[in-house]
Design a protein around this ligand. Sequence first.
Ligand code: TRP
Length: 344
Amino acid sequence: MRIVSGIQPTGNLHLGNYLGAIRNWVAMQDEWTAKGGECLYFLADLHAISMPHEPAVLRAGTREMVAALVACGIDPARSILFNQAQVPAHAELQWLLTGTARMGWLNRMTQWKDKAGKNREGASVALFTYPVLQAADVLLYQATHVPVGEDQKQHLELARDIAQKFNNDFAPKGENGEDAPVFTQPEAIIPPEAARIMSLRDGSAKMSKSDPSDMSRINLTDDADAIMQKVRKAKTDPEPLPSELAGLKERPEAANLVGIYAAMAGISQADVLAQFAGQGFGAFKPALGELLVEKLAPITARYRELRTDTAALDAILAQGAARARALAVPTLERAYEALGLLRG
Ligand code: TRP
């Protein structure tokens, strides 16, 4: 049982990143490693160059993401934490798989269509082959399970198709003529309640690091005073909280704050309403602020300390990459061999 997942490195991590993907990784690490499973988590820095980017921003963002992951509970002793660029086998296997992936399959990818938009001629080749690299990321390690958001489900399906076609076309037979597949078909794990956290200033926009207003988000660098102030100033409406979930419809800001409370307290939104029904935001906001401060304090403290410790962050990545490189060798060699490529 082996979990493999990647995340694009971005800087300025915030509550939305934590409740969206990172917290789920931590939960899976704790659950799987206790049962003897393995977790490989990586920063998809090679994927990040498929869109226009600034090298200095990518470099800083990669380190910040490592700091955030570790501060949030990814333990480099229990999980293998690394960045793709330090494990050349990802890029190598990707090339080998481009012989198997079909143009038609990639043309159907919705992320490609969305990101290239009307300007396909001007899109990078990397944006088009992005899902092949993603397939290499997981097939390289014989991943059995891949936690991803709903938006990445199609890319996982593609990885399965590539694995199947490659096995079918190239896998040699075993000694007794039995099938000896080169790649394992990975299963996607889509977390059921991957919380979608919205801006504190606009309940219809996602919480985002690129929102010009810093009041729209809770950063993982914010201290207790900043968190309390941002919650106090969060946009709301004049109504008290309803007793039923249906009463949050058409009230995106209220729904967002209730969602954040539920996610942080580890209870359902219905439970939050049961507790606060009939109360106004004058009562709910301080309760939410205090909950956030209490739960985030250990994370933000560790994050602020770690993110400037470049040497420690680079050492974590170097150590994770060495372990990943060792795990990647057998599958990569089998893929070369299956394709008839001499390796001496
Ligand atoms: N494409 C993923 C995203 O944007 C990141 C990613 C890259 C990934 N390689 C992966 C996720 C392999 C899971 C497995 O979220």
